[in-house]
Design a protein around this ligand. Structure first.
Ligand code: NAI
Length: 330
């Protein structure tokens, strides 16, 4: 690692006008995060933010996001919000872990992916176990194997006896059973047969969720920025494709956001036509007021940090060497 900068150093490099959505230390009106590390490595182009929200329950555990951010402040806000969400998720799942998350700012142009993730592994190691990483948007089990060569504080890597590894199918399963429960409770329908579900994002989790929903007889409406995934869903599931700007207001029973956060906000909430929202994306609500607005409209919102906990339960079991996640896949 050529340069690991801490917050004091980062202050010098920070833009003069910070967005009001976060400070360097935490989110507005919230206790500050315990620790935030900004690490860079010139040789590989690594720029990463490791946010430890809380270690009250144990080491902070949460995945690593690899993403193209418009600017550094947006990346910081994302890391802080995601880390805080992990504290809630890990506590609600009764895991002996606190909340943390990492983001890597995707370098512009060509880069050596293995070297980049090796440098990221060294950054994780520098926190000496205060933070444990795994997959999130844009990262894979192959990336985590590279990380593992540089630190033991990593999970989401298949074991020899085939448990653990990619958390996304387990996350999808948790979202699926949550949708089933929500449909019974709020829509008073006994099964998913014929229930219309709008799926935003057909990535690692979204695709598995589409498979489960299709098998249960749900009718899928889908959108993704990747046209190939949409075409595959049309072919495999008979899904109806809509534009990425139309999916949140689609005429459906259930909305399942499975792309990025803050999609439910002051602009989009009034347009939602689904009566139930349950999806994998972290931090779907831009603000707590958006949750209130949904409630006032009679829309049931199942909290993301509850319904998408299957993945962290799986990688936590793997990390603690607790064997196959039978508790999850029931
Ligand atoms: P992914 O990167 O595999 O999939 C995201 C998908 O969303 C991609 O297909 C992408 O093209 C699409 N997308 C991006 N912007 C979009 C837009 N504006 N409209 C429609 N589609 C768009 O990520 P993954 O792993 O499936 O995660 C999805 C969400 O679930 C993320 O918010 C992640 O933090 C959350 N999550 C994932 C877990 C996991 O086990 N992978 C665990 C818990 C939460």
């Amino acid at each position: 690692m050529n340069a690991i900068t801490d917050l004091a150093r980062a202050l010098q490099d920070a833009p003069a006008e910070l967005s009001p959505s976060s400070s360097l230390f935490g989110l507005p009106d919230q206790p500050a995060h315990e620790r935030v590390l900004l690490a860079s490595d010139e040789a590989t182009g690594l720029k990463t933010i490791l946010a430890v929200h809380s270690t009250a329950r144990g080491p902070a555990f949460g995945g690593c996001r690899f993403w193209t951010y418009g600017d550094d402040q947006t990346a910081l806000t994302d890391a802080l919000r995601l880390a805080q969400g992990m504290s809630l998720k890990n506590a609600l799942a009764d895991l002996p872990f606190g909340g943390g998350k990492a983001v890597i700012l995707r370098p512009a142009g060509d880069f050596d992916r293995a070297a980049l993730f090796a440098a990221f592994g060294r950054a994780v190691q520098s926190l000496n176990g205060a933070y444990i990483t795994a997959e999130d948007v844009g990262t894979t089990t192959a990336d985590m194997r590279v990380v593992q060569q540089n630190t033991p504080f990593v999970s989401g890597i298949p074991r020899d006896n085939a448990f653990g590894g990619d958390p996304s199918p387990k996350t999808a399963w948790g979202v699926f059973v949550s949708i089933e429960a929500g449909v019974k409770l709020h829509l008073k329908r006994e099964s998913l047969a014929g229930v219309r579900v709008a799926l935003q994002g057909l990535g690692a989790v979204g695709w598995h969720l589409a498979e489960f929903l299709h098998m249960a007889g749900a009718k899928l409406v889908v959108a993704d920025v990747d046209a190939a995934k949409v075409a595959r869903a049309q072919e495999k599931f008979g899904a109806v494709a809509v534009g990425i700007n139309e999916i949140l207001s689609a005429e459906v029973d259930v909305l399942a956001p499975c792309a990025l956060g803050a999609v439910l906000n002051a602009q989009t909430v009034p347009q939602v036509r689904a009566r139930l929202i349950a999806g994998a994306a972290n931090n779907q609500l831009a603000t707590a007021q958006d949750g209130d607005a949904l409630h006032a409209r009679g829309v049931m919102y199942l909290p993301d940090y509850l319904v998408n906990a299957g993945g962290i339960i799986s990688v936590a079991r793997e990390y603690r060497n607790e064997g196959e996640e039978t508790a999850v896949m029931v």
